[in-house]
Design a protein around this ligand. Structure first.
Ligand SMILES: Nc1ncnc2c1ncn2[C@@H]1O[C@H](COP(=O)(O)OP(=O)(O)OP(=O)(O)O)[C@@H](O)[C@H]1O
Ligand SMILES: [Mg+2]
Length: 361
């Protein structure tokens, strides 16, 4: 087992001006499950491939434990990788697929058999060891791919969207299995996904990337309650946080007909008269007419206990952006109705309009 350190690590692809990964600084603890998340093209796979040694590092360093592996070839880094397209060898049995890397490495047959059987027991694959991959379900194949990584007992597991070939239901059960397996094995794991729910449910910590730049690295709870900037605020959470620009007065933030008291002294760094207000759908409540923001309801999504209303700020020019609120599922407003919404006390996020950084606490 080992720690992993990205020390100002950058990757600039040939012919590109901007780095795909820009001065990445992360320290991953021994046994930690770290998830990289972010939109398509933000540099998640590149970061992982840099750690794997599959991508050159143009500046900075990468360490596994105390060892600088920046110039160490992939096979000597003591890592095992599970890819999205985990292509099993179709003509080989499950056992041979799992043991293949060990065979190439010259490990003796008895040792291979033992390690494969141990991994199969952990992954609940014992009864399938003699089958060919085509006679397995998608979830079982995915576990064989995990098994190939486990038998090597590496210092670090690297996984790049390993669940994306599975259907939605299987993804949910498999992500729980992977997370619990990782905790049992205690092997430092770096996992890539574009799915923020996957990231939040699996990671000890989550690293959000955007355009090659690390935006925030924190526990899922902290990330949700305390996004560092507008990008993280909008990316983490489903449905997304509402983000709107509102007037800042001496009394606080003007939120439609309601003034939300804010101590301006805590908003150091901004002297502007407006502020980006973030409020999560579950932190809004229905208010009387004249209070809060008037929202015209477009869609009501009923989920039983709760309902989400998707509406538009009445009178707002920004009609493309929906305003979303969670309401009591037993008494939801109707489509076409105008409701008044205000944030619950203490659930506001404030961001600088100019640079998107979090203000205050
Ligand atoms: N071999 C390459 N040559 C040039 N540019 C590349 C190469 N590979 C990736 N890129 C670019 O680098 C950026 C980061 O790519 P990367 O594959 O790391 O994104 P990602 O976050 O994994 O995205 P996705 O969620 O779509 O898999 C993208 O803009 C991509 O177009
Ligand atoms: Mg990728």
């Amino acid at each position: 087992m080992a720690t992993v350190t990205f020390d100002n690590a950058s990757r600039i692809y040939p012919g590109q001006e901007r780095p795909a990964v820009d001065s990445l600084n992360i320290e991953i603890g021994d046994g930690e499950f770290l998830v990289f998340v972010g939109p398509s093209g933000c540099g998640k796979s590149t970061s992982l491939r840099m750690l794997a040694g599959l991508e050159e590092i143009d500046a900075g360093r990468i360490l596994i434990g105390d060892r600088d592996v920046t110039d160490v070839p992939p096979k000597d880094r003591d890592i095992a990788m599970v890819f999205q397209n985990y292509a099993l060898y179709p003509h080989m049995t499950v056992a041979d697929n799992m043991g293949f890397a060990l065979k190439i490495a010259g490990v003796n047959k008895a040792e291979i058999r033992k390690r494969v059987e141990d991994a199969a027991a952990i992954l609940d694959l014992t009864e399938y060891l003699d089958r060919k991959p085509k006679a397995l379900s998608g979830g079982q194949r995915q576990r064989v791919a995990m098994g190939r990584a486990i038998v090597r007992s590496p210092q670090v597991f690297l996984m790049d969207e390993p669940l994306s070939n599975l259907d939605a239901k299987l993804r949910v059960s498999t992500r729980t299995q992977i997370a619990s397996l990782q905790r049992r094995l205690g092997v430092t794991t770096v996992y890539v996904t574009h799915d923020q729910t996957e990231a939040m449910t699996m990671g000890d910590r989550v690293a959000v990337l955007n355009a090659g730049v690390l935006q925030q690295i924190d526990s899922p709870r902290r990330m949700y309650d305390h996004p560092n900037n507008v990008f993280v605020a909008g990316f983490i959470g489903s449905p997304a946080m509402n983000l709107i620009e509102q007037t800042l007065t001496d009394q606080g933030v003007q939120f439609g007909g309601t003034v939300l008291p804010v101590d301006r002294a805590t908003l150091s760094g901004t002297d502007q008269n407006s502020v980006t207000v973030g409020v999560r759908p579950e932190d809004l409540e229905l208010a009387g007419e004249g209070e809060g923001l008037p929202v015209e309801v477009d869609v009501v999504e009923e989920l039983g206990a709760d309902a989400y209303i998707y509406g538009r700020l009445a009178g707002s020019a920004d009609t493309a952006k929906p305003f979303i609120a969670r309401v009591d599922g037993r008494r939801p407003p109707q489509k076409g109705e105008t409701v008044h919404l205000r944030p619950k006390q203490g659930h506001l996020h404030l961001f600088d309009v100019a640079n998107g950084q979090r203000l205050g606490d």
